[in-house]
Design a protein around this ligand. Structure first.
Ligand code: GTP
Ligand code: MG
Length: 138
């Protein structure tokens, strides 16, 4: 069984879409193994998005992800990483098909509602950042 990090980003929390998004994840058959509402600081945001540090949109990305409370969750299931990415739809909501979270609710590439780890390796790194005490076999 695999684990992945889901972030319900501040735009989705502000719009009241937390239940809708968690419901889609659960109805798919994935399981919530950890869950927290919190506002992250600059340091955690920069570490989480470290791979994008040199990109022109990095400052906007960090400002947005720290702009209010987000919901962080550890999601479990067979091929959870890929399954969550499929539920989310592509990064740019304009390209994400209806039926996906970004396709149904998003318009802007920055305010794109959710984050899901992009590989098993990223998932392990990101889960350790957000949930340092998470134990997969507990
Ligand atoms: P995350 O799940 O948030 O990591 O999104 P992703 O894996 O679909 O995309 P990626 O990791 O490549 O980019 C991280 C975030 O940076 C995205 O969610 C976008 O909000 C933002 N981003 C990516 N590409 C662009 C871009 O070309 N322009 C702008 N303004 N933002 C971008
Ligand atoms: Mg990413």
């Amino acid at each position: 069984v695999e684990h992945t990090l889901l972030l319900i980003k501040p735009d989705a929390v502000r719009r009241g879409l937390v239940g809708e998004i968690l419901s889609r994840v659960e109805r798919k058959g994935l399981r919530i193994r950890a869950l927290e509402l919190r506002t992250i600081d600059d340091d955690l945001a920069r570490r989480h998005y470290a791979e994008h540090a040199a990109k022109p949109f990095f400052a906007d990305l960090v400002a947005f992800i720290t702009s209010g409370p987000l919901v962080a969750a550890v999601i479990e299931g067979p091929r959870a990483v890929e399954t969550l990415r499929t539920l989310m739809g592509s990064t740019d909501p304009v390209a994400a098909p209806p039926g996906t979270i970004r396709g149904d609710f998003g318009l802007l590439v920055t305010e794109n509602l959710v984050h899901g780890s992009d590989s098993v390796t990223s998932a392990a790194r990101e889960i350790a950042l957000f949930f340092p005490h998470f134990a997969a076999d507990a």
